[in-house]
Design a binder for this molecule. Sequence first.
Ligand code: SF4
Length: 202
Amino acid sequence: MTTNLPILSDHDALPAVQDHFAKWSNCTDCKLHQTRTKPCLAKGCTPCDFLFLGEAPSQSDDIRGLPFTGPAGNLLKAIINTALHEHKKDFDLQPTYAITNLVACVPNHPKENIEVGGTRQPYQTEVEACSPRLEEFINICKPKGIVYIGDFATTYLTMLPTIKLVHPARILAADDLNNYAPIYLKQINALANFFDRVPYRN
Ligand code: SF4
């Protein structure tokens, strides 16, 4: 099976990324493969300075086969881009990043969610089943820091420096701009400070 690689890779990393996508694009290691449209493996750069780690793909991600598409993905992109702009280092040293989730397939349980059309949090068994895929991707990325996206992502334990952002879907759920704006700005400041704090280049 051939796949598009939504990843920019340097020459050395490319074969490993190609192998990774070829291997996991057909994964059936947990029940989520039964209801997914496409696995949403990752996007961004490899290797990268920072890995953004979310919980699970959304239904719109599932259609496209990419993590963090749709409104939540757009908001995350805006937060990252603004934080990069705020980051005080030289442009040449701006950090690179990649994005993935704890599980690569949408936790879309038809019987549980048919009325609301939503997704659910992944079960621990699904997170464990997908952890070899995540570990393999992290080994390819070799990040200097992990940015958790949402509370559940923090269940992934690492020795690397970490920071947690509020999940952009939760920010979007804020009921008015007075609530939305402070949370949004806080995420940008926290992320820019994290970029400042972590020595991501030698
Ligand atoms: S969630 Fe992970 S382990 Fe489960 S089928 Fe998808 S790629 Fe495989």
